[in-house]
Design a binder for this molecule. Structure first.
Ligand SMILES: CC/C=C\C/C=C\C/C=C\CCC/C=C/C(=O)SCCNC(=O)CCNC(=O)[C@H](O)C(C)(C)COP(=O)(O)OP(=O)(O)OC[C@H]1O[C@@H](n2cnc3c(N)ncnc32)[C@H](O)[C@@H]1OP(=O)(O)O
Length: 302
């Protein structure tokens, strides 16, 4: 029999200034107090959410081809779908994965931070902050099933998860490579990395913009497990099954205790962080670096 549930979407979620929702892409949303949805399969244009066969678990799949870059739309849909899962108390764990072959996520969408105006940069950065805060502090157990390349913002997204399973394919790499683009990983990207791999390894990785192939990523502690490509999702689901054995309240309080101080670092100065980002990214020299990097990416094929 089909499993269905009523999911309440708080209206406040619809009122956030950055979330100028493209309602056409979010067919399940209605600007009223709540909406009934089937948990058989839901989501939106760029984020598919499917309940897994195990009770209480969902798989969230990003499908923003060609490279799952974190566009404003994808970020918005991600946060809304996460909130929807959190409000539905039947879900306790989520696997995050990608529908783009060979790519988990190419990170921030460079077209959102290059050649736009300051108001756009501010709106976009607020959405990036929101994605990080929501994932990092989520009460749900999150496991990243990293089935492809995972640079920069893609890496950040996976680092917010409680556990990372990566495909053991030397073609893939993961890391915060911002310096290679001539930009700087902000302090909360850095803090997330430090909390995962420690200070010294982060200092080196961030300065050099290191992208670690799977074996090195495992060694440094950036991922927790490597498996053959076709077992990434099934392994992530079995990891979740183990985590589900822990009483939720104890695990959630522990997660919050570990992560809240880091999240507070941003929460205390969100507006200042947006201003810093806007003034940094608007510099001519930074825009030139980004344009050159994008041009190189585009030329690669030709
Ligand atoms: C003092 C200052 C203090 C503080 C500073 C304050 C603020 C901080 C400031 C800035 C912080 C910004 C933090 C930024 C984080 C980021 O995430 S930046 C993005 C970094 N991402 C990357 O470097 C990845 C780039 N992409 C790739 O390496 C490859 O595309 C891939 C390995 C992901 C996939 O390779 P392929 O399969 O070979 O695909 P293609 O390379 O051919 O790409 C297809 C298509 O997609 C376009 N594209 C790729 N990545 C992006 C992207 N991130 N955004 C937008 N578009 C992307 C690529 O150009 C191709 O386009 P077309 O040629 O088809 O048009």
């Amino acid at each position: 029999m089909a499993l269905t549930a009523v999911v309440r979407i708080p209206t406040r979620a619809l009122l956030r200034p950055w979330a100028r929702l493209r309602d056409s892409a979010l067919g399940w949303m209605e600007p009223v107090g709540g909406v009934e949805v089937s948990t058989q399969r839901f989501g939106s244009q760029r984020v598919l959410v499917e309940p897994a066969s195990a009770a209480g678990v969902a798989v969230m799949t990003f499908k923003n081809p060609p490279v799952n870059s974190l566009s404003l739309e994808l970020l918005t849909e991600l946060v809304i779908n996460l909130e929807k899962l959190e409000n539905d108390k039947t879900f306790r764990g989520v696997v995050l994965t990608s529908d783009c072959p060979g790519i988990f996520s190419a990170g921030l969408d460079l077209t959102e931070i290059c050649g736009r105006n300051p108001a756009h940069y501010a709106e976009y950065w607020k959405a990036v902050q929101e994605m990080w805060l929501r994932l990092y502090l989520s009460n749900l157990m999150l496991v990243a099933a990293i089935n492809g390349a995972c640079p920069a913002g893609g890496c950040l997204m996976s680092l917010t998860c409680d556990y990372r399973v990566m495909a053991d394919n030397p073609k893939y790499a993961i890391g915060l490579n911002e310096t290679l683009l001539g930009i700087v990983a902000p302090f909360w990207f850095k803090d997330t990395l430090v909390n995962t791999i420690g200070h010294r390894a982060s200092e080196r990785a961030l300065q050099l913009g290191l992208l670690f192939p799977p074996t090195e990523a495992l060694q440094v502690g950036m991922v927790d497990r490597l498996v053959p490509e076709d077992q990434v999702q099934s392994t992530a689901l079995s990891v979740l099954a183990q985590w589900m054995a822990i009483p939720d309240h104890a695990r959630q309080l522990t997660k919050n205790m570990m992560r809240k101080p880091t999240a507070d670092g941003l929460l205390k100065k969100r507006d200042e962080d947006i201003q810093n980002f806007v003034s940094f990214i608007s510099r001519d020299s930074i825009q030139k670096s980004l344009q050159m990097y994008l041009a190189k990416l585009r030329q690669k094929k030709g």
